[in-house]
Design a protein around this ligand. Structure first.
Ligand SMILES: [Cu+2]
Length: 496
């Protein structure tokens, strides 16, 4: 069924062009020496016919996030236009620690309501993003793209399309935390329940004392020691791609012979997605802003905070959807790439079957184009991930944030973190201020991707290596916001 463009679509069509990075010169980004103006704001979204007030980071023209051209410096005046404190982290970037956008280490102060703060550093090129690092503001979508283009991107002559994924709930962050603490992943909306995946073992421990929950489809329930992974902590009300659900998706008309560079950002606070192109093949060329040897494929997993750069060709007269299906579930979101004149059919929000857990199937195929230099490892540090759904608490090396045992490094060292995940849930681990290389998966060495966030699957081990070249106190944490909030966060401290 083709649908005609409503006025709303036309309006969003303009936004689509802007979000894709096609702006008239001088609008999307600051010219040299002039600071870009970014504001943290509240904004109103229409989600499944209901109005929702969320946060955002926008330019003066309303465009979400920041798009820098090759060679441009990250020079930003960030204004807090909320009525509460905030701070915005430039995820994956490697600025001096005082500009990382984190207050809890004491390296920087919160930005008070009404305050404007200048940030000024040399950015890392690639697909990055920005998000609040204050409280649970990220659950209220305080996030936006941060794209730093290279001269090489330009040469490829591909149409740049940025896709920001979110998990969205009408509940307040406090209600979300209360619900996960009570062992209830969030059944209220029922959206994921309609014929959702059948989870074996659902009658196990996590079900006790929960009236009205008889069996069927319960993503996120504790599997009670039967060896099955826990896939989702919380059932959100909607999953968004560029702020829209799949029943009313963004449509991007293709140009330039249909060659598209997708910059996909998982801004979900507690959701892993599988990216799929409606059966078409894509070529993965970058993860977390760093180039990898091209990987051809149909389905690519993306954990919280990770990014995927995927090249895709949209044939003349055709449509290629960019779908993001929730891990362990049938529900999905997405946008539509459509060649000029192509009719657009509606895509069901529910896939035919639930997606599988994210393991190492992609990670083990990735090879960095620009790996770390070969050298001796100076320090290897175990990072043991523990915790449970009930009580809902998560730890690094047996400790939460308040009684953390900092991971100590010294400037100039080659450092290895050995993540050992003892839990039945995957943890996307993020180190601030450094790019690291994945060097081992479950004991098998590899020259893997450079990243800033690596998924450590349930009952698995992952080793990463990095050069301690950016002194300060940096946080290192699970990027499932609900896990970070309940303890899975520590700091990396440079010894002096
Ligand atoms: Cu986690």
């Amino acid at each position: 069924m083709a649908f005609t463009l409503s006025r709303r679509h036309l309006l969003h069509g303009t936004a689509a062009v802007a979000a894709s990075g096609f702006l008239p010169r001088g609008i999307g980004s600051a010219v040299a020496q002039t600071a870009a103006q970014l504001s943290v704001v509240t904004r109103t979204l229409d989600v499944k016919g209901k109005s929702a007030t969320v946060f955002g980071v926008v330019q003066g023209n309303g465009l979400s996030g920041l798009f820098l051209d090759p060679g441009q410096r990250f020079t930003v005046d960030l204004a807090n236009r909320l009525t509460e404190d905030t701070i915005v982290h430039w995820h994956g970037q490697t600025p001096p620690v005082t500009e990382d956008g984190v207050s809890i280490t004491g390296e920087e102060k919160l930005i008070a309501a009404g305050e404007t703060r200048r940030y000024d550093y040399a950015p890392r090129p690639g697909t990055y993003w920005m998000h609040s690092h204050q409280g649970l503001q990220e659950l209220q979508l305080l996030a936006a793209p941060l794209i730093v283009r290279t001269a090489d991107d330009r040469k490829q002559d591909a149409q740049e399309v940025t896709v920001m994924l979110h998990d969205f709930t009408f509940k307040s962050p406090e209600e979300v935390m209360k619900q996960v603490a009570a062992g209830m992943p969030g059944m209220a909306s029922g959206m994921q329940m309609s014929g959702g995946m059948q989870m074996p073992g659902v009658s196990g421990g996590g079900m006790k004392g929960m009236p009205g929950m008889s069996g069927a489809a319960m993503p996120g329930m504790q599997m009670g020691g039967d060896g099955k992974p826990d896939l989702n902590d919380f059932d959100f009300d909607a999953y968004l791609a560029n702020d829209r659900t799949l029943d009313d998706p963004m449509v991007v008309r293709t140009e330039r012979n249909g060659r598209v560079r997708l910059r996909i950002i998982n801004g979900g606070s507690s959701t892993i997605f599988w990216i799929e192109l409606g059966g078409a093949d894509g070529t993965l060329v970058g993860v977390d802003g760093e180039q990898v040897r091209p990987v051809r494929g149909r389905r690519f997993p993306i954990a919280e905070a990770q990014r995927l750069d995927i090249m895709v060709d949209v044939p003349a007269g055709k449509v290629v959807p960019v779908l993001a299906q929730r891990e362990g579930d049938r529900v999905r979101t997405g946008i539509i790439l459509a060649a000029p004149g192509a009719a657009i059919a509606k895509i069901p929000e529910m896939a035919a079957k639930a997606s599988e857990p994210m393991g190492i199937s992609l990670e083990e195929r990735l090879t960095a184009i620009a790996p770390l230099a070969e050298r001796r490892v100076d320090r290897e540090i175990p990072v043991v991930l523990t915790g449970s759904m009930s009580p809902y608490k998560w730890f690094i090396n047996g400790r939460g944030w308040e009684d953390r045992d900092p991971l100590r490094v010294a400037k100039g060292q080659r450092v290895v973190f050995n993540f050992v995940n003892q839990t039945p849930m995957g943890h996307p681990m993020h180190l601030h201020g450094h790019a690291f290389q994945v060097i081992s998966l479950n004991g098998k060495a590899l020259r893997g991707a450079l990243r800033d966030t690596v998924q450590v699957p349930p009952k698995s081990s992952v080793k990463i290596a990095f050069d301690a070249d950016n002194p300060g106190r940096w946080v290192m944490h699970c990027h499932n916001l609900l896990h970070m909030e309940t303890g899975m966060i520590t700091e990396v401290v440079y010894e002096t």
